[in-house]
Write a protein that binds this ligand. Structure first.
Ligand code: ZN
Ligand code: ZN
Length: 173
């Protein structure tokens, strides 16, 4: 996913549009139990701004994630807008690590790791197949979205206790 800046660097063009439709790298998502279901579709505009290049665009894709309550896999669409600076490596010292910058040293800037980072950070901390997922029964292990079991509901899930404490704490302050 390389942006070719040759003509903009030479000054013969002020801006250029770009479009990519290529597979993402599952390696990033593996530790979260996720994977890509669609290509990374990335489009936008690069504008020259002095010595630097401002890239504005959006990335669209879809992931397959695992629900943290019922453990079912589900389809998760992602659409993120972004602003990014493309900067020649020789100016690297002027930029802090927090800024959205991709450095390049030849005529091409590789933006795929940055784009995959955006997709990664769009994944919720606690992925849920749906907001009201009922999860697995703590006693018989059945998926309670699909079947109503006969176990008594004792609210033994420690996550609910955590939530209760959190709410209680908020009311005090
Ligand atoms: Zn679920
Ligand atoms: Zn049960």
């Amino acid at each position: 996913m390389k942006i070719n800046l040759e003509r903009q660097r030479a000054g013969s063009r002020d801006s250029q549009e770009f479009y990519f439709d290529i597979p993402g790298n599952d390696g990033y998502l593996k530790e979260l139990g996720g994977k890509y279901r669609d290509n990374l579709e990335v489009k936008g505009l690069v504008e020259k701004s002095g010595e630097h290049y401002l890239l504005r665009g959006q990335v669209k894709t879809a992931l397959e994630l695992q629900c943290s309550r019922c453990l079912e896999r589900f389809y998760y669409p992602v659409a993120v807008q972004f602003h990014l600076n493309l900067v020649e490596s020789k100016y690297q010292a002027e930029y802090s690590r927090d800024e959205d910058v991709v450095f390049f040293s030849s005529d091409e800037a590789e933006i795929q790791p940055y784009i995959e980072g955006l997709v990664f950070s769009a994944i919720p901390l606690i992925p849920l197949c749906r907001p009201d997922c009922k999860g697995l029964c703590q006693q018989c292990g059945i998926n309670r979205n699909l079947v109503q079991c006969q176990c008594r509901d004792e609210n033994t899930d420690p996550r609910w206790d955590k939530l209760k404490n959190l709410k209680a704490g908020k009311e005090v302050t």
